[in-house]
Design a protein around this ligand. Structure first.
Ligand SMILES: [Fe+2]
Ligand SMILES: [Fe+2]
Length: 407
């Protein structure tokens, strides 16, 4: 990092780099979400995807006040060089080391240096924003230290991690440092034979899970406990929706900042729905690994491009789930199961927002990927694709009912 000078123009340039790094971290974490095996790690990365997007938003809001209408100009290509270089990691522990002990640590130090050096009266509005970001990033860094100590349990892994961290630091230095204000140089070469392993065709799970392609069969609704457990095990399986959305953060390039911001939130919501299922199962005396873990929904969606993936998810799967969810809500209320009813009501609220984002972004994605058919035709194509490929019984029932109602 170049020496911090107290200069408004320089500080604006720095804030531009910071916001770009925060949102691009979301994109690369998204690219890797499905490829990370450890369940608890996935949950944490989902949270960080959302937190980083909020960090970026707060910095951009301040930049707007500082009269910067295009915070990405000249900065995004430099930050993308770093993110592309770091996407070549071969192991999840390398990726985490590079993004946290490399990029996040330097970002956080730069926020601290900015705070110390800026005009405490003239630039006051930046101060509480950076204080909040520093607190969030410190928590993320503490997590990463614990995580890496846990997963790099062998000498070879430790050596790979240290080599990757050195490479990360060289890459950052080549673009002029985390705030872009230092001298620039050619990018270093990655370690021999390192090439991108993204995107992941299958969602990884750790060794505690019994992985299978199909979803759990739907039980008889009269079997109340079986039904309850099935429903919340299905929520736990929504990690796959998060993993599908996360792939779009990475695979869909050159969209506006707002697209990544919305998808990051959508992705985190689905991680949270998975947690909702896991938490309710635990309250009922089960662990998420007590049930077969389906990865088929992620796998079939990866057969298609991001437009189909996102349209099938929002227009068909999410939009088609409300009737079933409202019935479940009423059933749980009637049974006096307030906890389950509340879980479902909060989920309905999130899903309403997700369907709105579908209508906002599917047409834009169609433009981006040069789709020439109408939106209606695309939706029908996605319905047919979901009917053919879906491995989730509740999704199939919803489609069959929809088609029967039309006949
Ligand atoms: Fe969900
Ligand atoms: Fe959703």
């Amino acid at each position: 990092m170049a020496e911090f000078l107290n200069d408004a123009k320089l500080n604006i340039e720095r804030l531009k780099y910071f916001q770009a790094f925060e949102i691009q971290l979301c994109r690369l974490l998204g690219g890797w979400l499905a490829g990370v095996a450890r369940w608890e790690t996935k949950h944490e990365l989902g949270l960080h995807i959302w937190q980083n997007s909020e960090n970026s938003r707060d910095l951009r809001t301040r930049l707007w006040e500082l009269r910067v209408t295009n915070p990405d100009r000249d900065v995004e290509p430099e930050v993308l060089k770093v993110i592309q270089a770091l996407s070549l990691a071969q192991h999840d522990y390398e990726l985490i080391a590079g993004l946290y002990l490399g990029v996040k640590k330097q970002l956080t130090k730069a926020y601290e240096a900015y705070l110390k050096s800026t005009y405490s009266v003239y630039d006051f509005p930046t101060i509480p924003i950076l204080k909040r970001l520093i607190a969030t990033n410190h928590e993320q860094l503490q997590w990463a230290e614990r995580e890496l100590a846990l997963v790099t349990d062998k000498g070879e892994k430790k050596r790979n991690m240290q080599r990757w961290l050195r490479y990360t630091e060289e890459v950052l230095s080549a673009v002029g440092g985390i705030d872009g204000q230092g001298e620039k140089a050619d990018l270093p070469l990655p370690p021999p034979a390192y090439s991108s392993v993204l995107p992941f065709a299958e969602a990884k799970r750790d060794e505690r899970f019994k992985v299978q392609m199909s979803g759990m069969p739907m039980p008889d609704k009269a079997e109340r406990l079986e039904w309850l457990v099935w429903q919340f095990a299905n929520y736990a399986a929504e990690m796959q929706a998060a993993e599908t959305l996360a792939t779009m953060l990475w695979e869909t390039e050159d969209m506006s900042w707002e697209f990544y911001f919305d998808i990051a939130r959508h992705c985190w919501d689905e991680v949270r729905h998975s947690k909702l299922g896991e938490t309710r199962l635990a309250e009922l005396g089960y662990h998420v690994t007590d049930f077969p873990c389906s990865v088929g929904s992620y796998a079939w969606r990866q057969l298609f491009d991001p437009v189909i993936r996102y349209c099938a998810l929002t227009y068909i799967i999410e939009a088609g789930s409300f009737k079933f969810k409202h019935e479940s809500y009423q059933d749980y209320l009637a049974q006096g199961d307030t906890e389950s009813a509340q879980a479902i009501m909060f989920d309905i609220v999130d899903e309403t927002m997700h369907v709105r984002w579908g209508s906002k972004w599917v047409p834009k994605l169609m433009e981006h990927y040069a789709y020439t058919q109408t939106l209606e035709d695309l939706v029908e194509e996605c319905r047919a694709i979901t009917a053919k490929h879906s491995v989730a019984p509740a999704q199939r029932v919803a489609i069959e009912k929809e088609l029967a109602a039309r006949a």
